[in-house]
Design a protein around this ligand. Structure first.
Ligand code: ITT
Length: 203
């Protein structure tokens, strides 16, 4: 089966390939599509954003699609950055942060600034994945990964907030894990495995 993984995030795409290909699923990416099309993420929840992306890409490209909305929820920040995780540096909550190097680094800088001197560092990654086919059939699944925000960034792997997220039961950040280790415990890994189980039952 061929599925278009509709993400503009290279780090995510790599992980989706590693997660889906062992099930015999051929992953197409937006880079494989000749005609360019973009969907705005303007909803208030991960699920609504993921449904919107999956539906619109499936209709536009006439292909079965998997789309995801994911993010980091920090307990003392009332769940922020949440659905704003990708553009946290640029929202009013907590003040804006200038992008010097990359958006990921600006997001991390802002998060560490807001967490300075804070002892409750509990956080979780959330992933909502949605499968949608052009004949209007859809499925969804979610996954969580609990952990804490570290005092400083460590590690080169993964993407986004991985260098400052230490998963429960580990003395390393997510960015210090191998891709296989990350996929085993990550929010995305859990959500994708659940989604594939659901897909297997109906297809
Ligand atoms: P697409 O919408 O095109 O898929 P995106 O980067 O905008 O790409 P999201 O809207 O789902 O994706 O935003 C997710 C953000 O949350 C992402 O940019 C990271 O900052 C963060 N994030 C999500 N999953 C993560 C992970 O596994 N590790 C670290 N940070 C992650």
């Amino acid at each position: 089966m061929r599925i278009l993984v509709a993400t503009t995030n290279k780090g995510k795409l790599k992980e989706f390939k590693q997660l889906l290909e062992p099930f015999g699923i051929e992953v197409l990416s937006l880079d494989d599509m000749e005609e360019k099309f973009e969907v705005e993420e303007d909803k208030q929840t991960f699920l609504e954003n993921a449904i919107k992306k999956a539906k619109e890409y499936a209709k536009f490209y006439n292909l079965p699609v998997i789309a995801e909305d994911a993010g980091l929820e920090v307990e003392v920040l009332n769940g922020y950055p949440g659905v704003y995780s990708a553009r946290f540096y640029d929202i009013d909550f907590g003040g804006k942060e200038e992008v010097l190097d990359s958006k990921d680094k600006a997001n991390i800088k802002k998060l560490l600034r807001l967490m300075e001197g804070v002892s409750n560092r509990k956080a979780r990654f959330v992933s909502n994945v949605v499968f949608y086919s052009p004949d209007d059939f859809g499925l969804w699944a979610e996954g969580y990964c609990e952990g804490v925000i570290t005092e400083e960034p460590k590690g080169e792997g993964g993407f986004g907030y991985d260098p400052v997220f230490q998963p429960e039961g580990y003395e390393k950040t997510m960015a210090q894990l191998t891709p296989e280790e990350k996929n085993k415990i990550s929010h995305r890994g859990k959500a994708v495995r659940k989604l594939v189980e659901k897909l297997k039952k109906v297809l």
